[in-house]
Write a protein that binds this ligand. Structure first.
Ligand code: GLA
Length: 376
């Protein structure tokens, strides 16, 4: 199955952690449709860990009787009735991270149950993995088990950067794979994940995407992964980074309570278009200009888009305001180039024609994003 764009949707974990139930899922499905999330591209609703009973029953994973009294299928049916895709969680180990039954050794049984319930997206985590096991082979086994069901199921491998997944996840059938540990709702965590991502050789391409973890935009310090929260500017920087790196965009906040400001970030059409660009190129990063002084914590990303335009992002990770000068020869536009670039700021709409350099002022933890196109 070819997955042409990074996944977009909503996942229970960041805000609700273990505290999930059928009503929450149905209400969120309603919100995703009624509040325009589906129309904006967020088409998948994923139930993360802790939907299961503590032990298998007759060899099968079963839904928690109190929180999902009708089982998973009716919930999936409800989600489908809204025009959304339905995602569920399991783990490659013997137990999940919430200590529920994992799928190790039961892959074909579980995959068939998931397919029968109507699962369209499987998040497959790494916890309690047996020391004697081989992760690559275990992820491959579930990929094969999913294929054997005959149902199209997007395969999301939350391996948290273990065992250099970028080198083999595509070959074992993953559609996305986590590069890092769990995100928290803090700028430190966003920065850490982005820095780690930038240091990893890039194999992201259509069909299989490196995943920087679920979004924290809109959590505002509330929920399971809350750790102080972020400012709207920091959430914008977070969303821009995930967009430049074509990471899946899985919302993690309670969309029933989101602020208009944060919703606007999640609905930013330009950033979504950068994220979903069909060529899916990693951005080119410049932080050691031939001309500029090397300053840690500020850098420029240039991502080639499939229509010959280039998305530029100027980022300030530092705690102080900076003035950032990016010299165009560093981005393939030498002084004897026969064309210039016209930069359009996606937030202000202002345009500026650039020949030699662009200067951008950035507040702490802020970024500025431009779409550039060639002009005479
Ligand atoms: C791991 C994953 C998280 C979440 C939890 C659930 O920590 O990385 O995204 O799925 O497990 O237990």
């Amino acid at each position: 199955m070819l997955i042409k764009k990074p996944a977009m949707g909503w996942n229970t974990w960041n805000t609700f952690g273990m505290n999930i139930n059928e009503q929450l899922i149905k209400e969120t499905a309603d919100f995703m449709v009624n509040e325009g999330y589906l129309a904006a591209g967020y088409d998948t609703l994923v139930i993360d860990d802790n939907w299961q009973e503590s032990e298998r029953v007759n060899g099968r994973i079963v839904a928690d009787k109190e929180r999902f009294p009708n089982g998973i299928k009716p919930v999936a049916d409800y989600v489908h009735s809204k025009g959304l895709k339905f995602g569920l969680y399991s783990a490659v180990g013997v137990r999940t991270c919430c200590n529920k039954p994992g799928s190790f050794g039961y892959e074909y049984v579980d995959a068939q149950d998931f397919a029968d319930w109507g699962v369209d997206y499987l998040k497959y985590d790494l916890c309690h993995f047996p020391g004697c096991g081989d992760r690559k082979s275990a992820y491959l086994t579930m990929a094969m088990a999913l294929k054997a069901t005959g149902r199209d199921i997007e395969y999301s491998c939350a391996i948290c950067g273990e065992s250099n997944p970028e080198q083999w996840m595509r070959s074992v059938g993953a559609h996305n794979y986590r590069m890092t540990g769990d995100i928290t709702d803090s700028f430190g965590s966003i920065k850490h994940i982005a820095e780690r991502r930038m240091d990893i050789p890039d194999f992201t391409a259509p069909g299989c995407y490196a995943d920087m973890d679920m979004l924290v935009v809109g959590m505002n310090g509330v929920g399971y992964a809350a750790k102080g929260g972020c400012t709207p500017e920091e959430y914008f920087t977070h969303f821009a980074l995930w967009s430049f790196y074509s990471s899946p965009l899985m919302i993690g906040c309670d969309i029933r309570k989101i602020t208009p400001e944060c919703k606007e970030i999640l609905f930013n059409k330009d950033l979504i278009a950068i994220n979903q660009d069909e060529e899916c190129r990693a951005p080119y990063r410049e932080r050691q200009s031939r001309y500029a002084t090397i300053i840690k914590d500020k850098f420029t990303l240039a991502k080639h888009l499939s229509d010959n335009r280039i998305a530029f992002g100027f980022f300030n990770f530092s705690d102080k305001p900076v003035t950032q000068t990016s010299y165009m020869p560093d981005f393939g536009l030498p002084s004897n180039a026969t064309k210039k670039l016209r930069f359009k700021n996606i937030r202000t709409g202002e345009t500026t024609t650039v020949k030699d350099a662009i200067i951008v002022n950035l507040e702490p933890h802020a970024c500025a994003v431009f779409i550039a196109e060639f002009v005479d």
